[in-house]
Design a protein around this ligand. Sequence first.
Ligand code: GLN
Length: 315
Amino acid sequence: MPSDDIEFERIREKLPGFVEASRKRSAHGKVASYIPELSKMPKDALGIAIMDGNGRTASAGDCEIAFTMQSISKVFTLILALMDNGEAAVFDKVGMEPTGDNFNSMLKLELVQPGIPFNPLINAGAIAVTSLIAGSSPQEKTGRVLAFFRQLADNPSLDVDKSVYESEAATANLNRSMGYLLKDRGVLEGNVEEVLDVYFRHCSVSVTCADIARMALVLAFGGTDPITGKPLIPRRYVQIAKTFMTTCGMYNASGEFAIQVGLPAKSGVSGGILTMVPGRYGIGVVGPALNGKGNSIAGVHLMETLSREFDWSMF
Ligand code: GLN
């Protein structure tokens, strides 16, 4: 048997036990509640799907539960904004550095000149990036984002979870204040409420672990879907996205994740994690109980276990 097949068999064999061991960590985490609808997620759920370049999937735990992408969507809106505008225009509005602050902090917008968000994966940066997505109306922009996500996930039925969207839109005082500050500073162009509306919708796209694994697979293979052979994203933009995922994808725990797991990853407050083994696997994880930094507590533990067991660290 080729060595890839041997590893995949071992993954399949070990995954259920690893999931059950990591699930116990959920007891020490907290489900996000600042978006009220998210607090309905089951606290001790944990699921994972791992997909290889031939479309083989290994999955275990609660991998069938639906969750919203939240900050995971920021990776793909960044890519879409790069495809729409090119690098120079995007990096005129957002920087390339980690902040060391929480994902929803606005501290450095005031403290550090020129007052653009430090990177596209914190909320301020992602809101600025969303304002760059092409389209003549919020509806058209949301439609383009959805079409892009559907293509990457190879799932035409991906859609916005209306309850989560409405719940976030009704309670987003902090994101709203960030949007208006960015508008005041000339970083965000256009109508703030319309930009935020597109942002809340792309954060609320409902997925499963298999969808996330499928989207990650395209990134793992440099932007060309290894299953269909279709080039979907220019390689350079995948490189940019993966670099941001490595330096900022797990918020202010990105350094720790790089040391403990060593893979590009992006998490969301719903407890989702998109990660990948470059050139080999796309991975989707969900575990709604979060640690103090806003990452899935059981999901991070599971990735640490897998990376160590299969020697996946890129470093
Ligand atoms: N929609 C969420 C917010 O803006 C996304 C944040 C996250 O997943 N960390 O607060």
